[in-house]
Design a protein around this ligand. Sequence first.
Ligand SMILES: C[S@@+](CC[C@H](N)C(=O)[O-])C[C@H]1O[C@@H](n2cnc3c(N)ncnc32)[C@H](O)[C@@H]1O
Length: 396
Amino acid sequence: MCRPIHIDALASYWHRLCDPALDENLLWLRVGSTSEKLLYLESGWGQGDILELPLHVGIIILHPLRLEILAYLDRLLCKPVETSLQNSLTTASPERKAHLSTVINLGQKMADFNLEKKYQEQEETFFDDGREIELLHFIYSNPDIETIRNSPTKVLAAIDNFARTKKYLMNVGEDKGRIVADLIAEVKPEVMVELGGYIGYSCVLFGDAVRKAGGKRYFSLERNPEFAAVIASLVDLAGLSDIVKVIVGSSDVSIKRLHASGDLKHIDLMFLDHYKPAYTTDLKLCEELGLITPSTVLAADNVIAPGNPPYLEYVRSSVEQKKRATKFGGTVNGVDSRFADKTANQYLKREGKAQLDETRVGNPLLIYESKLVNSFEPSGVPDGIEITRCVGVETS
Ligand SMILES: C[S@@+](CC[C@H](N)C(=O)[O-])C[C@H]1O[C@@H](n2cnc3c(N)ncnc32)[C@H](O)[C@@H]1O
């Protein structure tokens, strides 16, 4: 069964896709749980066109070059043009081939998401509306609470259960969480820092992994005191209070204080998952304080959804490029204008306008090797973790 959809219905997303610098645009169509097939439409369509798409089709719009997902429209109905990416590969230019291969890999990975594990849909207001305290009541009223106590795995299962059956939670989730947990087992950090703790999902998962790997301290930096209290409660329930320290306050202020007090002398592994525009400014702050040295590893969440072009640009730059770099032209209240308003204003209601020091230069002499690991949000939306290793420092 098909339903025609006027292309103008996609206008708001389409406008965001249109980039005069690009001569092509891709629209991805993910056929829902029934067939898990990926199809795509290539350019050549615009205002006034009518598409007919089968029922149960979800749409993911990708920025063709930066692979950013601009929108995920569940249940928008259209009909795909039957052209395969593989066919395009045979005639494509080398640059386009490389791009399409990445898209194909991403597409194949998308089919791997287990829909049974999917979190509830993300609503317009999806945090800071009382659900974090609701989560505590949900967990502590579980008749099996005594079997959950001191078990990080069971605490995580209880959080996932809430997010799957009650309300969405903005956790890193099982799939991306595994990538970082594996990284912890490999790096064996003595000291790990996370920026943005929310209700403690990543803190419990990674705090446990750090302890298992022989580490000493996991700092969870969370600005919202209510969320921090939830983290502390669940960390205690999981039996991780000996290794995890929850630090309440804005990440930059907390980093400076921990450094000044001598509690934080070096970061072995850092998980960045807080205010997206603050990833780069906080990394540069850590560099300036000498907390990042060769051997430090960074894992940055959400670099695909919602995306973080300034951060990716920075960690993928060579020393020469960093030295030459002039500040990106456009900022709005200190926030890089490449961020969508929704991302830039995510905490506006509670925290007011962001105050970011975009003039920080960091330590451009640090040499990074960086790569994207594709995965999924717990809602099934494709996302990725950028893993960056500091591998050296240039002497001049
Ligand atoms: C996506 S959530 C973190 C999820 C968590 N890492 C997990 O996977 O379980 C982002 C969190 O960062 C916090 N946050 C945002 N900006 C911050 C800042 N500048 N300093 C500290 N925390 C911040 C928010 O309050 C929110 O709880």
